[in-house]
Design a protein around this ligand. Structure first.
Ligand SMILES: [Mg+2]
Length: 292
């Protein structure tokens, strides 16, 4: 059995108390697919997945192949998508293209790192909750980015596609090449995450009261403390009454510093995929197992 990393202990400050948290190892998709790391999906009541680079290429809609697979999966199990992306993006990438499914009541949408929660009820998408940042908090975040840029002597690229910052209500997202940058431009800008990790570490000095995570290929997401994908797992537990050990999470950024990494603090079983093709194969495998 191959694990991305062994269980390690990290310090987490939560409600002013120092607690020790066990980080659960994540499984490699390739090992789950070839059977060297077996997982009993029949015990899972809900499949939870990241969106960009896990289910789809960055900011692209679900492919027709994946729509078919998810439609079958929703017949057997609940499925939730937790993303750093906005509700608008979620509508474009998931909700609109899944509109033909007969099992939408089993689909849960958690945009902006689960600070928003939507479910399909009585024939329409219904808000369960939304938790937004105040204007004062947003201002502090923008000022911290400017301080970080000047500390790093960082110059924005000459070619920017759309806005550098996106206000998602409950989350501010910085995209180094702009919100609308094409996939090709993004690949290679920070493929080893080093540039953004350096930015994140400096930002954390200025706004320690906020949660800072790397998202997508070129983005940094800032939310209230404690708001990350682990928060989404806890909200699903609370709203659905499904235990964490009855969930499985699939993501492409489960490594330390990645925006899927926090889910590992919840103890949820997680599967690290390298791209959306692998994400699709894992979901296909789950459907095959559930169909028996
Ligand atoms: Mg991702």
């Amino acid at each position: 059995m191959h694990l991305i990393s062994n269980g390690i202990t990290c310090n987490c400050i939560l409600t002013n108390c120092l607690i020790f948290m066990k980080i659960k190892p994540t499984l490699r998709a390739a090992d789950v697919l070839n059977g060297s790391t077996p997982m009993d999906f029949s015990k899972k009541k809900i499949i939870v997945a990241d969106l960009d680079d896990t289910l789809t290429e960055s900011k692209q809609p679900l492919t027709s192949d994946l729509i078919r697979i998810l439609d079958i999966l929703l017949k057997y199990r609940m499925f939730a998508v937790i993303t750093g992306g906005s509700l608008t993006r979620m509508q474009e990438q998931v909700m609109s293209v899944m509109a033909g499914s007969r099992h939408l009541s089993n689909l849960i949408i958690l945009p902006a790192c689960a600070t928003k929660y939507y479910k399909f009820e009585n024939g329409k998408w219904t808000k369960v909750y939304e938790e937004d940042l105040t204007e004062e908090e947003k201002k502090r975040i923008y000022v911290a980015f400017e301080s970080m840029f000047s500390e790093l002597n960082y110059k924005h690229p000459q070619k920017i596609y759309g806005d550098l910052f996106e206000d998602k209500g409950s989350q501010i997202t910085f995209s180094a090449l702009g919100q609308k940058s094409p996939l090709e431009a993004k690949k290679g800008w920070d493929s080893d995450n080093k540039r953004r990790l350096e930015m994140k570490n400096i930002l954390a000095k200025y706004i320690p009261e906020f949660e800072i995570n790397l998202g997508g290929n070129t983005s940094i997401d800032v939310t209230k403390k404690g708001i990350n994908k682990a928060y989404g797992i806890r909200k699903l537990e609370e709203k659905l009454g499904i235990r964490v050990d009855e969930m499985v999470f699939i993501g492409d950024k489960l490594m330390k510093g990645g925006n899927d990494y926090p889910v590992r603090t919840t103890g949820v079983d997680s599967i690290q995929v390298s791209d959306p093709e692998e994400g699709k194969l894992i979901l296909k495998l789950i459907v095959e197992r559930l169909r028996g």
